[in-house]
Design a protein. Sequence first.
Length: 130
Amino acid sequence: MSSITRRKALGVAAGAAGAVTGLAVAGSAGAAAPRAAAPAAGSAPASFDETYLGRRIKGGPAHGGGHHGGHHGGGYSVTIDGEELHVMQNADGTWISVISHYEPVATAKAAARAAVRELRGAPLVPLTLV
């Protein structure tokens, strides 16, 4: 006759609690950072020129001469206080920058604003390749 011991019961309960906690954490991690709907990939982003948190941010079609000639941003250039912010449009239409690389946003303007917040008043240093 097999009987369950207290040790086995506690082990099963601890394992079940760990599994439930793991599933809850995994489920909330995906929900913790909902992304704004991005425009369809390949659609032409709107130009912008504004002051955001005291910084001048501009975005529009790249005219060459910038880092990579605007090729990652699909021919689009973004500047903060006149310094180029390296941006890239992802395949799903979202945008990232060199400052907020792991937080995709819906527009290039949102990427510029995220970079300004992340910089916290520090100057944007030009990206150089060695």
